[in-house]
Each structure stands twice: as structure tokens, then as C-alpha cells.
Design a protein. Structure first.
Length: 519
């Protein structure tokens, strides 16, 4: 959930940043055009979550170089087994829960505001009708407003009965512009955007900018109808002076006057060089197409893949031809220390992608079957490889091998002279027998919920004091959360010092942690 939210925040920033850049370029354009740009941007981010889920993803490839290294013969294998999460959906972390709660609360508040505005309209009294739009009087409002999505209505305060006819005419012209432009729907889109992206300050700023441009666009419509700018500005000032004790702004409607925006509106009204151009259907359709052109590729874009290369797939079967589930498949790249792990699914299939080009050795292990090995399998990006594996019946046995390197005469002579090697490589499973304290890795709760399994291969240097140091990750195609869980646990392990001729030495160990879920 958290990565998805981060993706939404990042992509919404790109969209609104582009909208802000365009409006800056359109500084001399009319308020109606700038309002359209902000509406297109906010509408695009409202559709962004659905677009990300529906549009096929596209990932730009990114290639990395792999460092070769010597093989490490000593291996410790740890199995971390957990039951699958009972829930079908991933567990929500605290941040995701807070985000969802905030979004639902704001959506609920917007819905309640629409309901209250509708009730306010029903409690008002009929006054007039313009172009099939009802005009009603209400004692509960101080300034004119438009409310309603399906059938908008114009609400006027009771004191309009005492207004001069010219003032009432320009007010009705302004509110009728809101209805013609369908601004109540535009504000609903802005409210949805603010609810979905409530932690993002840029979204709230964009919604405020769109609201301001909306009012100025309606002012331009009034002036385009022949009203003088100075007379219209005077009417606005008189309406503000007549507000005795302003009530809270009706959230479910579009209020004609907001005190904090009045100065900027008056400045724009009295500017003789300001553009008053309206937006026609063609320009609105062009803006919608432009929003889709930006939305679709951005929704399809995903983070670059960590590596790019070849694909190896295959099926594991037994001698009878039946598929073998839950078998461990290990691929090793020749000339490097890299190994990758996979577990066959319920139909015996496995897949490794992407793998760098090169030669690979394949091993398949399954209790009750003999070890399967195949080497020198060439991989190229242009030719994916499929490996069909047939396991033969093998003997089931338990064994632990303890071995050490033979001390050469030169080494023995050095030991007699007091010269002790600083670091050696010990073969077999000797390190398993020297563990004095082992902290078992914990299966990450979110990985359990998402049914993530995997194998983590680590190399470590065991110091003379028996402390693991220089932990390094060997395989790359594994979930980072599993790597962290394994690494955190192994750092706490303690060993009995390994002695060579009675002196402690450093050794190199390889640790394999298998994270699996029970069926």
C-alpha cells in the first residue's frame, strides 16, 4: 500500500507541476483558460489511481554490472517457515491507515456538504427563474451562491429585496455564468482531488488557484456582457459592506465573494488589458485530450527494473512425468559468486528474470530425490532459455560433514615461527558446529500478508572474536525486506573462535536463509 501511495504522490506532483508551468506561460491568457488548465490537472490526478491499476505497465530497463568473486565453500542453511496470512489483502501499516482514514473523512465531509446545501435550497423560497435555473431567497446565507450538481439553483440573501435593480442584475449574471460553465462539477472534482491527496500541499494550492480563476472567469463573463468594470466593482464592494456578521462559508456551493480573494478580483476587474476570452467546446475537448495524453503514459510508467537481461524458465518433473512442486532451484553464474534461488509453484514451474547474459549452472533439490545438476547453460537476452528438469528417486539421508584444510608444511613452519594467517576459507559445514548463539530471523509480517517467499544468500567474515562482519548479499532477485530480516538476525550471531594450531583465525562463511510459507 505504501509504495502505491508514494507513486500517487510523485505522479500527481508531476501533473500539477506541469499544470502550474502551463498557467505561468499563459499569464496573459484569460482566467477561463487558466481555470481549464487547473481543472484538467486536478481531473487527471483524480483518475490516476484507476489508470495505474488499469493501464499496462511499462518499465524502462536499467543495466547493472556484476562483480565477480571467489566461491565460498562453507554454508549455513536456515529455514524460516511461517503460516500464510488469513487475510486476502495486505496488512495496512499505520501510515496507510491514517491516509485512508483522512481520505474517507474528507470525502464524507464533501458529501455531507452537498446534502446540507440541497437541504438549504429546499428550505428557501422561490424568487425567480432564469434559463430554467431556479432563483431562491434564503435567510441562512449572506452572499449569493450556486449549489447543486444535478439541478443547480441560485440562492440569494433576503436583503436582495432592497438592492438596486442594476446590482441584482449583475449578481444574477455572475451566478448564471457558474451554471452555464458547470462550475459546481468542477469544484466537486477539486474536492475529490483534495480528499484523495490530502497530505499533499500542492493539491490544495492547485484547488485554491482553480477556485480563484473560476470566480474571475465569471466576472469576465459579466464584463463581456456589457457591464462596466468600475460599476461592477462598486456593486461587489457594496455587497461586502452589507454583510453584518458573515456566517461560515457554505461548503456545498460556490460562494460569490470570499473576502480574502476580493482585492485580487478587483485588481483584475479594473485592468483594461486583461483578456476576457471564454472557453468553448473545442478548447475544452483539446484540454481533455491533453490531460489523457499526459495521464496514460505517466500511469503506465513504473520504476526502472534493477537489472535487465535474459530469462530462464522451466518445469520440474519426476520420472513418471508428474510435476514436482516446492522444489528448490538454484542457478549460479559462472565466474562470479552470484546465485539465485526459486521454489517451484504448484505446477512445478520456476522462473528467473532478469539474469545477466552468461553461462549458468542449475541445481534442483527436493527431499526424497537425487540432486539434479546441469552446467554451462548459455543465456542471451535475445534467446530466453527453458530448462526441463527430471528428478530421479534418491536416498533420504541426514549428515553433517566437519572438515578442515590440510596444513601444508609451509603453513606449519609459519605456525612454529609464530606467524598465523589472518583469514582462511574452511570447507564443509564446520561453521554450523561452532555457533554459540543463533538468533533466528523473523518472517516480516507484510511479506507474510503478501505471500512473499524467497531465499537469501549472505557471505560473512567470522572474526577472531566470533562476530560476523562484512556481511554481503550474494543473490539479487529476492525481496529487500527478506534480505533485511536475514541480515538483522545474522549480525547477532556469535561463534566460538576457530583455532588454527591453537590460535584464533578469521574464516569466511556462507549463510543461506530460506523464507517459506506453509500451505
Amino acid at each position: 500500500m505504501a509504495p502505491f501511495l508514494f507513486t500517487l504522490i510523485l505522479k500527481s506532483t508531476v501533473v500539477l507541476g506541469l499544470a502550474g508551468f502551463i498557467t505561468a506561460l499563459l499569464g496573459r491568457a484569460s482566467s477561463a483558460v487558466r481555470h481549464l488548465v487547473w481543472l484538467a490537472g486536478l481531473g487527471a490526478i483524480v483518475l490516476m489511481p484507476a489508470a495505474i491499476l488499469l493501464v499496462p505497465e511499462w518499465r524502462p530497463a536499467k543495466t547493472i554490472r556484476l562483480q565477480g568473486g571467489a566461491s565460498v565453500p562453507t554454508t549455513i542453511i536456515i529455514d524460516v517457515i511461517a503460516g500464510e496470512s488469513s487475510g486476502k489483502l495486505p496488512l495496512l501499516n499505520l501510515a496507510s491507515g491514517i491516509y485512508l482514514a483522512g481520505a474517507l473523512l474528507l470525502l464524507l465531509r464533501a458529501s455531507v456538504a452537498q446534502i446540507r446545501a440541497a437541504r438549504l435550497a429546499r428550505r428557501s423560497t422561490d424568487y425567480d427563474r432564469l434559463e430554467q435555473v431556479p432563483v431562491r431567497l434564503s435567510r441562512e446565507v449572506d452572499v449569493p451562491l450556486v449549489c447543486g450538481l444535478g439541478a443547480p439553483a441560485i440562492l440569494l440573501p433576503e436583503q436582495v429585496r432592497d438592492w438596486p435593480r442594476n446590482r441584482l442584475r449583475v449578481v444574477l449574471a455572475h451566478e448564471l455564468m457558474h451554471v452555464r460553465r458547470r462550475d459546481t462539477w468542477a469544484m466537486a472534482v477539486a474536492q475529490c482531488a483534495c480528499a484523495l491527496y490530502w497530505p499533499h500541499p500542492l493539491v490544495w494550492w492547485a484547488a485554491a488557484r482553480m477556485r480563484s480563476e473560476c470566480e474571475r472567469a465569471c466576472d469576465d463573463g459579466v464584463l463581456a456582457g456589457g457591464e462596466k468594470a468600475s460599476a461592477y466593482a462598486e456593486h461587489l464592494m457594496e455587497i461586502v459592506r452589507g454583510m453584518q456578521q458573515p456566517r461560515p462559508i457554505i461548503q456545498g456551493g460556490i460562494t460569490m465573494i470570499r473576502i480574502e480573494e476580493l482585492q485580487h478580483r478587483l485588481t483584475t476587474l479594473l485592468n483594461p488589458h486583461a483578456s476576457r476570452r471564454s472557453v468553448g467546446p473545442r478548447l475544452a475537448a483539446l484540454a481533455a485530450c491533453a490531460a489523457l495524453v499526459v495521464l496514460v503514459p505517466l500511469a503506465a510508467l513504473r520504476a526502472p527494473a534493477q537489472v535487465s537481461g535474459s530469462t530462464m524458465t522451466g518445469v520440474v518433473r519426476d520420472a513418471s512425468g508428474a510435476t514436482v512442486p516446492r522444489a528448490q532451484v538454484i542457478v549460479s553464474q559462472s565466474g562470479t559468486s552470484r546465485k539465485e534461488f526459486a521454489i517451484t509453484n504448484d505446477t512445478g514451474e520456476f522462473s528467473f528474470t532478469p539474469l545477466p547474459d552468461g553461462f549458468y549452472k542449475v541445481e534442483v533439490r527436493k527431499p526424497g530425490f537425487a540432486l539434479y545438476e546441469a552446467g554451462e547453460i548459455a543465456l542471451k537476452a535475445s534467446a530466453p532459455v527453458k530448462v526441463d528438469v527430471v528428478l530421479n528417486i534418491g536416498r533420504i539421508q541426514e549428515s553433517m560433514n566437519v572438515s578442515a584444510e590440510r596444513v601444508s608444511p609451509v603453513t606449519a613452519a609459519n605456525a612454529q615461527q609464530g606467524t598465523v594467517p589472518k583469514r582462511i576459507r574452511v570447507g564443509g559445514n564446520v561453521q554450523a558446529s561452532k555457533l554459540s548463539y543463533q538468533e533466528k530471523p523473523l518472517y516480516p509480517a507484510d511479506c507474510k500478508a503478501e505471500r512473499v517467499e524467497g531465499t537469501v544468500m549472505l557471505t560473512a567474515v567470522i572474526s577472531r572474536e566470533g562476530v560476523p562482519i562484512n556481511l554481503e548479499q550474494v543473490n539479487q532477485l529476492v525481496d529487500a525486506r527478506l534480505v533485511k530480516a536475514a541480515t538483522d538476525a545474522v549480525r547477532q550471531w556469535r561463534y566460538q573462535p576457530t583455532l588454527l594450531n591453537g590460535e584464533p583465525v578469521e574464516i569466511v562463511s556462507q549463510i543461506q536463509v530460506n523464507f517459506t510459507l506453509t500451505q
